[in-house]
Design a protein around this ligand. Sequence first.
Ligand code: AMP
Length: 554
Amino acid sequence: MAENMKRVFGIDLGTTYSSIAYVDEFGKAVVLPNAENERVTPSVVFFDGGSIVVGDVAKESAKLYPNEVVSFVKRSMGEPNFVFEYDKKAYRAEEISSFILRKVAQDAEAKIGEKVTDVVITCPAYFGINEREATRIAGEIAGFNVRQIINEPTAAAIAYGAAETHESRVVLVYDLGGGTFDITMIDIQPEAIQVICTGGDHNLGGKDWDDRIVNYLVEEFQRVTGGNEDILEDADTWQDLQLSAEKAKKILSQREKVPISITHGGERVKVELARSKFEDITRDLLERTVSLTNGILEDARKKGYSTFDDIILVGGSTRMPQVGEKIRKAFKMEPRVFDPDEAVAKGAAIFGWKLSINDELVKRVAARTNKSVEEVDTNWTEVAKEDVDAATREMARDTGYTVPAVESSLVKIKDVTSKSFGVMVTNADNEEMVFNIIQRNSPVPVNARDTFYTAVENQKMVLIRIHESETSDEWVPPVNAVEIGTAVLHLPGGLPSETPVDLSFSLNREGRLKVTATESSESRAVHVTIETTSVIGGRDLAEAKARSQQLKVH
Ligand code: AMP
């Protein structure tokens, strides 16, 4: 790696497992194993006195210390009410996630003898503003320079594009992880990777398959012992059954049946779970992934994409054989299993690598053309081809990467927003409704504006209540939307009712929203960047950062 090129690591911060990857000297994405020599680290945090333990040991400790262990924290990202209390301190999801990030980075540093400073972190495509911001902040608390937050399916497609195909292909990324399901259509072309549309369910993942096994085990225990006690009320039994269920599920990916033993209150019951039974008790979960996929195909058709070439399966849960079978039947196509555990981290690493090559290329083009870095057109349309080519060759020579590898950093990656954004207004029937200004699945960055009108004469201010939703309809009932921030536009006295107020929404590539409100008669404007209320901030954030410096992560 050239001295002046910053290495950017890709981190897949998963609900159940996390991993880290980088691009090696040969331009190949490689996952770095943790200190336990595993390529994925359980996203489980154990508060052990003065130190924090992350990974396998934490996961195993859940049995003995259920109240000191946090799992599935990603499901609580951006949730204002989630806190985990330990030793009289309250930890938010961002801070707990920062421990997971530190663990994978720390172990990676030990493996390659290089400090991890810059990272690209992935998140599910349907994460809204708050969850994305929370993910970024988790990285900041861990002390990283977070270069970008990118969508997991986009990362998987980047890895797929880099490894498997050099031709144009429309692929459907079916990503069933530990806690989340994402379905995304992506058009991969040599010069651009473009997300067409995306959808999913952030409460559907391997964990739900585990829960079904747990429920089945409870019923079996009751049947055999003749009792009706809810044995899950016992925290030890609950933890025990969770772990046994996940293990049994994984074994069923290989074998037809699995023996499971349930111990509770001094009694032990042995149960044999057959794969067919497992499939029966989870069938509706799989059906749900298919109906969500059909929804996305419908959206894609509206955008002119009526077919696709490949379905790629990513995410650990696609190892369950019934997933592939179901897809084969439902879509009459042979799904391709693509690096289920590692594609996301590798794609993030490749993306990070492209960012740093691109930065370097921009610097060199700036030097050649006597411009400042800011003046270089990074769409490359206004830069003479010979300058780009010369800078590319120079970089290939200095870095040891091939010219095509350097050129691949010019590949454009275009994503879409998984949410619609709008404002609460009073409609003609005097009801409060959300009016969408940016529709979901619009390519980002996107700018959109609309004009609204004051309700009464001499109105002193306009309260702008910004909402996020998952529907593409123009009007959304408030129950189907989430308020993500507010802004106030103060008005001068004496304006008539029906005074126009322009609202413009600007969503950047990463999913950060800026809202500008203008009262056009006087060109009074307020510029508001949505301050997320559900994300750790201010003093809490400063404290979390300070704490993070003091705590040791193992
Ligand atoms: P991910 O978030 O992509 O790492 O996926 C993790 C999920 O995949 C967890 O729910 C795991 O239990 C599940 N998983 C991993 N390996 C297997 C397997 N061999 N069979 C079934 N599920 C698996």
